[in-house]
Design a protein around this ligand. Structure first.
Ligand SMILES: [Zn+2]
Length: 271
């Protein structure tokens, strides 16, 4: 019975898998695809709040989340930002042949597993770009739990490439330093016109908690102090510049505009 129920829930989660597009004023199109709907547990988060204060933002001890991946169409090319678990490739919502270049926010498995097939070969013929700092960390001999990351570098071989923060990677795609979650974690600022969209990667996980309370960190944040600094700073910049923020784990489509709540936190509104 448990197994049947689990299968039904699993199927239901795919039936509700969503995607949505937005065209920015310079003509760049961004599509958010939910690779795997999920929930996150309140116990994953900690910071300055008491347990009761934290749970006030997460009734039932859980919060809805996604594993979004983003397609960016700019200058006649299609870029993929993060590859999720590969569900969107399997069910053909992403046509791997139509992807020209892939950019990765960081190398946790929920962001890179989709780059490889189940047999360990490459899912894409496009090059994969990862920040130099991120790549160096995972390719170090002594880094624990890094088999997948080392395999990725081997399989993509000459198509495995790195970039530095501040680089313009393509027309309307700039790599932004967003370290803290991982040593080389990157956000991407998208857009060729006045309107910009910041793909946040994992500098935030639980939207319901971390927009109003950016001091709360997820257990997966490798440097919690730095992750709080990055989250606050990039949310402040997003508000000041009117950027749309798009989160990988924010429920699909994962984007909105941020406004200060006057108490050190932010509110996420639809763009
Ligand atoms: Zn993640």
């Amino acid at each position: 019975m448990g197994k049947i129920l689990f299968s039904m829930l699993f199927l239901a989660s795919f039936c509700f898998a969503q995607q949505k597009s937005i065209v920015l004023d310079g003509g760049v199109e961004v599509t958010s695809i939910d690779d795997q709907p999920r929930e996150m547990d309140a116990s994953l988060f900690s910071g300055k709040l008491t347990e009761a204060q934290k749970l006030a933002y997460m009734p039932n001890g859980k919060t809805p989340a996604s594993v979004n991946v983003f397609l960016v169409k700019s200058g006649g090319k299609t870029y993929l930002i993060d590859a999720g678990f590969g569900n969107a490739v399997k069910d053909k919502r992403i046509d791997t042949k139509k992807i020209d270049v892939i950019f990765i926010t960081h190398e946790h498995s929920d962001h890179i597993s989709g780059l490889l097939k189940e047999d360990g070969t490459a899912n894409f013929s496009a090059p994969v770009f990862i920040s130099k700092l991120e790549s160096e960390y995972w390719l170090k001999k002594e880094t624990p739990n890094s088999d997948l990351q080392k395999k990725l570098a081997n399989v993509y071989a000459s198509r495995y490439k790195t970039f530095n923060f501040g680089d313009t990677l393509a027309p309307g795609i700039v790599a932004i330093n967003a370290i803290g979650h991982t040593p080389g974690h990157t956000a991407f600022l998208i857009g060729t016109g006045k309107q910009k969209l910041l793909i946040a990667g994992d500098f935030l996980h639980a939207a319901a908690l971390q927009f109003p309370e950016p001091t709360e960190s997820a257990s997966f944040d490798m440097d919690k102090e730095q992750s709080v600094k990055t989250r606050k700073s990039l949310m402040e910049q997003a508000e000041k510049n009117g950027w749309i923020i798009a989160g990988i784990h924010v429920p699909n489509p994962g984007w909105g505009k941020v406004k200060s709540n006057g108490k050190g936190g932010f509110i996420l509104n639809n763009p």
